[in-house]
Design a protein around this ligand. Structure first.
Ligand code: CU
Ligand code: ZN
Length: 230
């Protein structure tokens, strides 16, 4: 055995030998010694620690993790982006509220729902660019019309329109609007996705004038989110 290896042991002499190194210890030798020491400490900790609770930890860990495994395997791995929902809440004290469902049908998205508390007649109905409902006094936090393609404002069926331009909804004499609008511009995925944005309902009719249709104040809005179920 060489001198270097003889210092490896855990005997008294070798310890004394390297504790106050008479000459600078070669880095490799130091590293080996440190590693060996850590290894021994680690192994000791392992062998001392594990017999204390052997039957408990191992099966417990197994039984805790085993229910999670089938859950993860059978859980919804797909993205559920063919339905969205928007709960409409009043802006200010308008009292306008309702729920809208967005259903992907082929290349279209159909919007269905009922809005109540409106004044009878037509009301501008748009997707606005932010899902920010923090300003419920004016609705301004929702930003402007969703316009990712940088087009002028327009009718729903116009060639040029904001993606968010969905025309008007119409309330009956009781202030109730039954909504069924089919659109082939808005989407629930991709560049024209409206998920995370907002629906804004206006006090007046959208007159399709520039820049945003002159539909007046915002009377209700809601955040568009992924729907919970199919
Ligand atoms: Cu609007
Ligand atoms: Zn617009």
């Amino acid at each position: 055995m060489s001198t270097g290896y003889s210092r490896w042991g855990w005997n008294h002499t070798s310890n004394i030998d390297w504790m106050p190194p008479p000459k600078p210890m070669p880095m490799l030798q130091f590293a080996i010694k440190t590693t060996a020491l850590l290894l021994v400490v680690g192994l000791l900790a392992y062998f001392v620690g594990s017999p204390n609770d052997p039957p408990h930890t191992t099966p417990a860990t197994l039984s805790e993790s085993s229910p999670a495994a089938p859950l993860a395997a059978s859980g919804p791995a797909k993205t559920n982006r063919d339905r969205a929902i928007c709960v409409i809440r009043p802006v200010g004290d308008s009292g306008v509220s309702g729920t809208l469902h967005f259903i992907k049908i082929g290349d279209d998205v159909e919007i269905r729902g009922v809005i109540e508390g409106l004044t009878p007649g037509k009301h501008g109905f748009h997707i606005h660019e932010f899902g920010d409902l923090s300003d419920a006094k004016t609705g301004k936090s929702a930003g402007g019309h969703f316009n990712p393609t940088n087009q002028p404002h327009g009718r729903q069926d116009a060639k040029q329109r904001h993606v968010g331009d969905l025309g008007n909804i119409e309330a009956d004499k009781d202030g109730k609007a039954n909504i069924k609008i089919r659109d082939n511009v808005i989407e629930l995925e991709g560049a024209n996705s409206i998920i995370g944005l907002s629906v804004v309902i206006h006090a007046d009719a959208d007159k399709f004038t520039q820049p945003v249709g002159d539909a007046g104040a915002r009377v209700a809005f809601g955040l568009i989110g992924v729907a919970a179920s199919q």
